[in-house]
Design a protein around this ligand. Sequence first.
Ligand code: DX5
Ligand code: ZN
Length: 214
Amino acid sequence: MKIAPSLLSCDFSVMGEEIRRMDKAGADWMHLDVMDGHFVPNLTFGAPVIKWVRKYSDKPFDVHLMISEPLRYIDDFADAGADIITFHVECDSDIDATIDKIRERGILPGLVIKPNTPASAVFPYLDKLALVLVMTVEPGFGGQSFMADMLPKVKEIKAEAQKRGIDLLIEADGGIGAATIAQAAEAGVDVCVAGTAVFKAEDAAKAIAQLQAY
Ligand code: DX5
Ligand code: ZN
């Protein structure tokens, strides 16, 4: 299992150092949660911050946009050094135009679905995507409980991609740790985001290695 520590749980005053620490601890990707206080009821950071912390790791930067109009900001996040950009199928931007814009910039595009959104919502776009992110909590905050009832969606999306011969990664985000990752692995998740489980661990390297074993 690939593990992407969510920087939402880090000390923002030393975010660069926290990224370096996660890099050394063996993280596969860095997961950066961008929130606009409109699409979700919380605010975090935007492209300028990502640009500043980019130099602290060469690992892929997985930028999760929880914003109403992602299309307006794709260039900014591309310039900041994103490798993967995921945005919500529930957003207000044109989905096809946003995926195309991400591809144009040489970045891997992913669509995210909230807990109340069915798996089928991403099916019209599947051929153009590199990954689908299935939320296993309501987006907005770290430290929430894992929703195991989201896992059938992982299986549905996997099955549809296989049927069409599409090479697609499935990522899961929210409430993932030692007690829940086995279920995600069993459902076929390829990449797990983990905030609390990694940042609140005494030994981040040990926590990451333990999760990667699945
Ligand atoms: C929630 C974010 C997640 C969150 C995960 O909106 O998308 O990335 O930080 O944190 P944990 O692992 O603590 O649930
Ligand atoms: Zn996230």
